[in-house]
Design a binder for this molecule. Structure first.
Ligand code: NAP
Length: 242
């Protein structure tokens, strides 16, 4: 049984990934922190189509809540065979305006969330000698950007985590990869405003923002069509950074 846990999947990239993976035959767990309405809507949509989906509330920064979420998935569907560490938060600040509380929170969610989820699913993957972990970084995980120091630091760390863990887990038959999206049209980027988004679109060689479904396709590729690929970072950014 193919079982996928996608963190932060009530909206945006995570929701598109959950939908794509469910259509590819995965039983999916849709995770959210606040938007129960959105998560339930997606579960209903998928189950109406005869696909297998549940939703579970958990703050990925809370290790105990993550353990309970993984237990719930195991009860419903069996052990997680694919973990997509997608939950993430962002805010733009000049470095001197970053509060210690925000610095801690963004690391706890973006990086700590990966740590907590991997620790929770790994025992079964090690036991089965198979499994797939996909972490969502960003173009700002590969390059620096003004007013993005905190976010960019967490996303760089996710790439370090991916490469080192891939080396460590490859002998155990577990692949660890990363997707680095460019500017994708989700709620996360709406704070930038239409004018800035239009300007960004002009700078992107493909001439437009990405769609959440396009990142979901990269996730599906790494999960189901890349069995000899581990420790890699796939940029899905319209050629933004070449
Ligand atoms: P989004 O539209 O803001 O959605 C965020 C999702 O994460 C929501 O489902 C939200 O749940 C959930 N979430 C937030 N904090 C959480 C927590 N502590 N625990 C569990 N779930 C949590 O974001 P997105 O644009 O789809 O981004 C998804 C991932 O892609 C993030 O890691 C982001 O950094 C990365 N990314 C995005 C872009 C982009 O341009 N959009 C570019 C590069 C990388 P609720 O609905 O309950 O709030």
């Amino acid at each position: 049984m193919k079982v996928a846990l996608i963190t932060g999947s009530s909206r945006g990239i995570g929701a598109a990934a959950a939908e794509t993976l469910a259509r590819a035959g995965y039983a999916v767990c849709i995770n959210y922190i606040e938007r129960q309405d959105k998560a339930e809507e997606l579960v209903e949509k998928l189950t109406r189509e005869g696909l297998q989906a549940i939703c579970v509330q958990a703050d990925v920064a809370d290790a105990q809540a993550v353990k309970r979420m993984v237990q719930r998935v195991e009860q419903e569907f069996g052990p997680v065979t694919l973990l997509v560490n997608n939950a993430g938060i962002s805010e733009q600040h000049q470095f001197q305006d970053i509060s210690p509380e925000w610095w801690k929170r963004i690391f706890d969610v973006n990086l700590g969330g990966c740590f907590n989820c991997i620790q929770a699913v790994l025992p079964h993957m090690l036991h089965e000698h198979s499994g797939c972990i996909i972490n969502i970084s960003s173009i700002w995980g590969q390059h620096g950007a003004s007013c993005e120091v905190a976010y960019s630091s967490t996303k760089h760390a996710i790439i370090g985590l991916t490469r080192s863990l891939a080396a460590e887990l490859a002998p155990s038959g577990i692949r660890v990869n990363c997707v680095a999206p460019g500017v994708i049209d989700t709620d996360m980027v709406q704070v930038l405003g239409k004018e800035t988004l239009d300007m960004l679109a002009e700078e992107i060689p493909l001439g437009r923002l990405g769609k959440p479904q396009e990142i979901a396709q990269s996730i599906l590729f790494l999960a189901d069509y890349a069995s000899y690929t581990t420790g890699q970072v796939i940029a899905s950014d319209g050629g933004f950074i070449l």
